[in-house]
Ligand binder design. Sequence first.
Ligand code: WT7
Length: 651
Amino acid sequence: MDPVSQCKTEVDVLWSEEKTLQPPENFKNRANVKDPVIYRQAFQDRLKFWEECARRLDWYQPWDKVLEWNSPFAKWFIGGKLNASYNCLDRHIEAHLGKKIAIYWEGENGNTKALTYQDVYEHVNKMANVLKSMGIRKGDRVAIYLPMVPEAIFAMLACSRIGAVHTVVFGGFSAEALRDRINDAQAKLLITADGGWRRGAMVPIKTMADAALGQTPCIEHVIVVQRIGQDIPMKQGRDHWWHDLWEKAEAYCEPEPMDAEDILYILYTSGTTGKPKGIVHTTGGYLTGVNVTMDWVFDLKSNDVFWCTADVGWVTGHSYVVYGPMSNGVTQVMYEGAPDFPERNRFWEIIQKYKVTILYTAPTAIRAFMKWGVQWPKSCDLSSLRLLGSVGEPINPEAWLWYYENIGHGHCPIVDTWWQTETGAIMITSLPGITAMKPGSATKALPGIDAEILNEEGEIIKEGGGFLSITSPWPSMLRGIWGDVQRYKDTYWSKWQGKSYFAGDGARRDKDGYFWFMGRVDDIMLVAGHNISTAEVESALVDHSMVAESAVVGVSDEVKGQAIVAFVILKDGNRPSKEAEGLLKEHVSQKIGALARPKQILFTSDVPKTRSGKIMRRLLRDVAEGRALGDVTTLADSLVVAELKKQYDEV
Ligand code: WT7
């Protein structure tokens, strides 16, 4: 059976695809995009269409050519020059929006800040000068390892102002994960914090950074944001307090005119091998993509209060906390902490307090809210909301309907947005004033995006299941993997000989042309909406002195979408035990981060492999999810599975 048909979901059972939900009339009437002709215009002249989108930005110099496509290498808006930070700040101030609130920041512990566009502008300019004074030049890499504080946004925009390439590492990642990313990117400077708050506890970010910095010879300077105010070790000559530098910095920094194809950032994402991939995004195409999708998909109005709950460490934070909202001059909420601290209604309190109009969050969060019960959202006034979004993994129809009814009270359209770190911006979702919704379906490709379901041979499947593919280049697409051209070609373009982009997702198209996503078809797990590769966790496990071999699978999990189950073969002389299980879980946490902590570890004497030595993850998933086993005759040793299953059932 092919991988796609294997990941059949409950979609068919729960929600018939015949049924659709129309966007509410009053939403439709006021929508920014209400004429479906936009799809036809984009289809008839795709390049002209994207050119018009790019004109939403301010350019120092217009482009000579829209697209150069030497598969699989794309260049967009060739010859054009612009600056991302100018587009996110200066132009709003010139348009007299300096007094508009850019960020309502809500610290987990109750600290708050309201920052105007003028405030953000001042911070970014000063920080840009600080970076310059530390020897950072155009093209240099700067690593950012921060909690959800406004300084994370300032730091990213300061980099883009001077043409430095930022690489943000999620603050929940381990010291080793940080070290590997810094070294791969050869970053010269690190921006971090003395700590952060999570569920009332202090997260020792600087301690983790220090552990990484022991093995990152490329780092010359470290800038430390004071968030906690605790006494922490500062290394003379290397470490500097953000506020000290800031005070002495010059107020204005001229933005660097960047080539449309100059790199804006590198963001690491899991690959099917243990080594993360540094996804490269450039300036002109990326900014065009996030700017225009922000407006279309979230139907922005000048008085909206937008809240994307993602951390800036993920692409969702890059595109829909930093570059999308800021380049559109939006007022947004940024929240530092956990959704259940101090109570399980924290999100709803924040919505009530700031009168949030658009909420963009993840299915894993929605499923947690479902589990906690409707009394929490009911305790707050959510009437300011007018649009809801979902991102990160397929949203099951049950969670969709719960979100629609209990958060949106039946009057907010839901945009289920499919995209990836690699695509830079939203690709498949509804236009909320036009598209009839089907709970559980991401609906249709946005105008200007050519998406199809292809089979193994690359033939288009109009109705039915297969592999999701993007069949023409798009402005915000990745330009490569940092330092590894071959891997870029192999991962995304080899499946159909460079003709079409392979996204790695299984999907199905119904008779109305709607897309239904069914999960990854490769060895990447989606845990709480985040990419973690099986290989990454396996290599963390075998790194432990007790472990001989391991095989990791993602199994369905009620809240997180997928949870990690590890099958572990211990080295001779080690015995399976509860302690060993605990130690190994902790070890994975240490190596990668708490996100990758296995839910369960099962000790075994062998794992099933094909005759060519490939781990049979499908079988392991069957075992872990308690399903009956199918055909095992292709296995090197079919007895292994039977043995495993017996063991597992006993647990
Ligand atoms: C993978 C990309 C997109 C930003 C956050 C994750 C899955 C994402 C959806 C959705 C079904 C989705 C896909 C994709 N995914 N959004 N609306 N419906 N699946 O970025 O870490 O690069 O992960 O997330 O499997 O390939 P990422």
